[in-house]
Design a protein around this ligand. Structure first.
Ligand code: FES
Ligand SMILES: [Fe+2]
Length: 458
């Protein structure tokens, strides 16, 4: 496509000091520019290692015009290849599976490779290049790979930037949280009729919680939707959140100190029941971050005295870590700054969100669906660390069709998904040529757009 010098950018593409112009979400030309310059030239998570646990396993990651085959070569080696036959271009793999007898065979004319990408067979080899076909002419074309936090990261374009530098701002944090030890529990994928950034941004702040998830913040929701305009608003939980932005577009937020996980619940009653009921909203609403076994552990504390100087939250942590130690289950480092991340989120630019809690994590990955600015692929992974005796299961995606269907998605993602297409619709109207962002509570969103601009501006 023609390059458009950034000082000649249309107004509708601009990132502003306090907001964003909506063409960034709706204009097909902008989406094409993102493909050419962002998605082709950034590190991104192509697969979970759990998708390819055994030698010969593969999975295919598609983004724009790239199709990349991620292959388990042996116990310690993962490689990625452009998913194309060097003969006439046939895609060598689809979706996910295992290469039989560890041989990659093109379905068109039967050329064959080993898992390391070396060609093993060309039918009538002497017919090609006057009989002088070299091994490198017919080897599979490798794509740079890095393994981190249980993910296979790839870089589709030429001249990859340093992964170590890219991941540095969040590396220690995710290692301390044992994200790389988390394994497949469930994984769902669905097409959402909205720009990929709209979908990402729906999860980059906690400011939407009282209105979007009223069951999680009853007092705040009662005020927002109630008739009482005279009394001052309640203490919203987002006021306790801490937001941080990092280099390379990454960011994170923390739930703050007054989280339900730490035993802080803003209603009267038996503290154990209240904490368990509050955490159970995440079990019933998501089946992720907090799982049924975690709530059972909270309930087991009922009637037990809390020692002087301790708290319900601290006693729960003790019970959780004792149980994990007995099971030899890896857990996040039990240090205050690591545990503070529970209930918050780590955002890995451009499209990965990790929400850790209780030795579990929910992870979102969002990417454009082809070149359509109004469609994205949204995935949710529920992951957890496992007792030493339990072997991880191979991760297989469940392809969902309807974000509004209670049989397909539990309440909390359904509430978020209810907004996302409506945001996209509004962004197309004359009423939303420019949207506003909260200086603090939505700063991760602005940081992400500024980073996108660094990729795509001339
Ligand atoms: S296209 Fe693959 S062998 Fe011919
Ligand atoms: Fe939400």
């Amino acid at each position: 496509m023609n390059k458009i010098a950034s000082d000649n950018w249309p107004e509708s593409w601009k990132t502003l000091e306090h907001g964003i112009r909506s063409g960034r979400y709706t204009d097909p030309e902008f989406a094409r520019l993102e493909h050419e310059r962002l998605w082709s030239n950034t590190w991104q998570a192509a697969a979970r290692l759990d998708e390819i646990p055994e030698t010969g396993d593969y999975t295919v990651y598609d983004i724009g015009h790239h199709s990349i085959m991620v292959v388990r070569v042996d116990e310690n080696t993962v490689k990625a290849y452009h998913n194309a036959c060097p003969h006439r271009g046939t895609a060598l793999a689809e979706d996910a599976g295992s290469f039989e007898k560890c041989r990659i065979i093109c379905p068109f004319h039967g050329w064959r490779w080993d898992l390391a990408g070396k060609n093993q067979y060309v039918l009538e080899r002497q017919q090609f290049r006057d009989g002088n076909l070299k091994d490198e002419d017919v080897a599979l074309k490798e794509v740079p790979v890095e393994i981190w936090a249980g993910f296979v990261f790839i870089y589709p374009g030429k001249n990859p930037s340093s992964f170590a530098d890219f991941i540095a701002p969040v590396k220690q944090l995710t290692e301390d949280l044992a994200i790389g030890d988390m394994h497949h529990y469930w994984w769902k994928s669905v097409e959402v009729p909205a720009n990929w950034k709209v979908a990402v941004e729906a999860f980059l702040e906690g400011y939407h919680v009282p209105a979007t998830h009223p069951q999680l913040e009853k007092e705040g929701a009662d005020f927002i939707f109630g008739d009482d305009v005279a009394t001052p608003p309640p203490h919203y939980s987002h006021l306790d959140h801490l937001y941080e932005t990092f280099e390379h577009g990454h960011g994170r937020f923390l739930g703050g100190e007054k989280t339900p996980m730490a035993g802080h619940v803003r209603v009267e009653g038996d503290p154990v029941d209240l904490m368990a009921d509050r955490l159970n909203l995440l079990v019933e609403g998501m089946d992720a971050m907090v799982l049924a076994e975690d709530v059972a552990l909270v309930r087991s504390l009922k009637g037990k005295p809390i020692p002087e100087g301790s708290s319900l939250g601290a006693e729960y942590m003790k019970a959780l870590y004792e149980t994990a130690a007995k099971q030899q289950r890896p857990m996040p480092k039990p240090e205050p700054q690591v545990l503070a991340q529970w209930g918050g989120e780590i955002f890995i630019f451009p499209n990965l969100m990790i929400l850790p809690q209780a030795g579990n994590a929910m992870i979102y990955r969002v990417r454009p669906n082809g070149f359509d600015p109004n469609s994205c692929i949204f995935e949710i992974y529920s992951t957890k660390t496992l007792p030493a005796a339990e072997k991880p299961k191979r991760a297989e995606v469940q392809k969902m069709t309807d974000v509004h269907d209670p049989a397909q998605f539990l309440q909390i993602p359904r509430q978020d998904f209810a907004n996302i297409p409506r945001i996209q619709k509004g962004l197309h109207t004359q009423g939303a040529k420019q949207i506003w962002l909260a200086d603090y509570y939505e700063k991760i969103i602005l940081n992400m757009h500024q980073e996108i601009d660094r990729y795509i501006k001339d």
